[in-house]
Design a protein around this ligand. Structure first.
Ligand SMILES: *Cc1c(COP(=O)(O)O)cnc(C)c1O
Ligand SMILES: *[C@@H]1O[C@H](CO)[C@@H](O)[C@H](O)[C@H]1NC(C)=O
Length: 497
């Protein structure tokens, strides 16, 4: 807790002294806006709302967003800060189940404050000496959890970008001429991924000129895991259409159901066909910390690249996403470098291999390693393992145990997917309009929970399944009472449906 209190201060004393008093006031205000008496080491209490829903026009008026000629006095700015906090969603509220992130780690938060205050860019050793070395250490530690003694990698602005990196580097390995000659020099390429993979695969294919029609979707089983036999068949199908397969995008922890694709048989196929195997473990990667649960990703060491977002389950805060590569031939650098002479001079007075910025497709790049490093230092690998084991996996099990609703499938991970069957539909499973009516239930309950601010969880249809709730159970601030509350609350909100 104290970290939260002291972080703004340590951060600010290393910056401009004139800012200190103003910032102190700001941080006090920020704290009082967000902190309560702190019953359970949380920045918000269960009596606070998760959100203060307002219609957009009303919110815009409340915030008085217009920017004017003259500046405002301090007391008014303080009020602005209170308003920003008040009307923002409290993602660290124990009843925020809406996204694949939740909760807050105070060590990581301190790292985030410090990152902002130091305000540097990650591209060269001369401007970010600490962070160049630190990023290297953190990436190498993440790689060792994957099972690689060496390799490469970089922090990216999110898992979507990490996945794009993987696809781009894979294409470059298969067709190095693409960097110079572009798509003119290439045949029609084919990418393979499961029906339930993250939509960033489609974005990457569109962005990189591969085309979304050339992303072949492989079938999944009931739990959402890729069926390897179908991967084999889909590859043959693509070839028969004249496309050239180069990239298989497997998923560890799918976004909706939390499914883990079977990596060993997928790796066998990639080996046989000479394809780049990418594992999108943006969501599920954190199981690698756990001796008990890492079997979910058995075979990951056979992949060529792995995406891993510590900003999801590990609570480091947005953004913290790594693309890890097994490659030791500097593919990442060859693929992306532009050798800017004003940044990456080769006649510098230190080892220029430390200027890692040219591996990136960006120029300036935010420091994303410090928050993870500080948190890891604070609790050790053991502490992170404990988090994954105890806090993360016990909750869904509890939830399934008390389940009064209709579960989509037994959860494999921390995604709990279920339907709430309202009174009017109970026992009507066989009526012809059952699915149609059931599909309208979750959106109504969602609207009511948002407007009352009592909790937040998401819903979606998937495949042949009509709208169901997806509850993400990861917040360390979460108690069993919260989960019971949540189930009761859904029943309350849907009692007249
Ligand atoms: C969240 C997620 C992504 C995208 O990560 P962002 O950091 O939100 O860009 C990609 N793949 C999977 C499986 C995810 O769950
Ligand atoms: C951060 O860097 C920018 C330039 O990139 C500069 O304008 C700004 O004043 C810096 N802020 C702090 C707090 O150092």
């Amino acid at each position: 807790m104290c970290c939260f209190g002291f972080a703004p201060n340590i951060v600010l004393c290393i910056q401009d002294k004139k800012l200190i008093s103003l910032a102190k006031k700001f941080s006090q205000c920020y704290l009082s806006a967000l902190l309560n008496k702190n019953k359970r080491n949380s920045t918000v209490s269960d009596t606070d709302s998760v959100c203060e829903w307002r219609e957009p026009e009303e919110l815009a008026a409340l915030l008085d967003l217009e920017l004017r000629e003259n500046g405002e006095p301090q007391h008014q700015l303080l009020q602005r800060i209170r308003d920003v906090a008040k009307y923002s969603v409290k993602t660290n509220h124990p009843r925020f189940f809406n996204q694949l992130f939740a909760g807050v780690d105070y060590h990581a938060l301190t790292g985030r404050f410090l990152t902002e205050a130091l305000n540097t860019s990650q591209y060269t050793y001369e401007v970010a000496p600490v962070f160049v070395l630190m990023e290297d250490e953190v990436l190498s530690k993440l790689r060792s959890l994957v099972g690689w003694a060496e390799g490469d990698g970089i922090f990216c602005p999110g898992g979507t970008m990490s996945n794009m990196y993987a696809m781009n580097v894979a294409r470059y390995r298969a067709f190095p001429e693409v960097k110079l000659k572009g798509m003119w020099s290439l045949p029609r390429l084919a990418v393979f991924t499961s029906q339930q993979s993250h939509y960033s695969v489609m974005k990457a294919a569109a962005f990189q000129g591969i085309g979304t029609e050339n992303v072949f979707k492989v079938k999944v089983d009931d739990r959402g895991c890729m069926i390897p036999e179908d991967l084999g068949e889909t590859i043959e199908l693509a070839k028969s259409q004249g496309a050239v397969p180069f990239f298989v995008h497997a998923t560890s922890g799918t976004t909706v159901q939390g499914a883990f694709d079977p990596l060993e048989p997928i790796a066998d196929i990639c080996d046989r066909q000479g394809l780049w195997m990418h594992v999108d473990a943006a969501w599920g990667g954190s199981v690698l910390f756990s001796k008990e649960h890492k079997h979910l990703m058995r075979g990951v060491e056979r992949a060529d690249s792995v995406t891993w977002n510590p900003h999801k389950m590990m609570l480091t805060g947005l953004q913290c996403s790594a693309i890890l590569l097994k490659d030791t031939t500097h593919l990442l650098k060859h693929c992306h470098s532009a050798d800017a002479k004003y940044l990456f001079q080769q006649d510098k007075f230190y080892d220029t291999s430390l200027d890692t910025g040219d591996k990136s497709i960006q120029c300036g790049r935010k420091v994303d390693c410090l928050k993870l490093w500080l948190m890891w230092k604070a609790v050790g690998s053991k502490g992170l393992e404990e988090r994954v084991d105890r806090k993360t996996f016990s909750s869904p099990i509890y939830l399934t145990y008390v389940f009064r609703f209709c579960s989509v499938e037994q959860p494999l991970f921390v995604n709990v997917c279920f339907w709430f069957i309202p009174p009017s539909l109970r026992g009507k499973e066989n009526s012809p309009d059952y699915n149609d009516r059931l599909s309208k239930v979750a959106p109504v309950i969602k609207e009511r929970m948002m407007k009352q601010g009592t909790m937040m969880l998401g819903y979606q249809p998937q495949g042949g399944r009509v709208n169901f709730f997806r509850m993400i159970v990861i917040s360390p601030q979460l108690s069993h009472q919260d989960m019971t509350f949540c189930l009761n609350e859904i029943e309350r909100l849907g009692s007249d449906l």
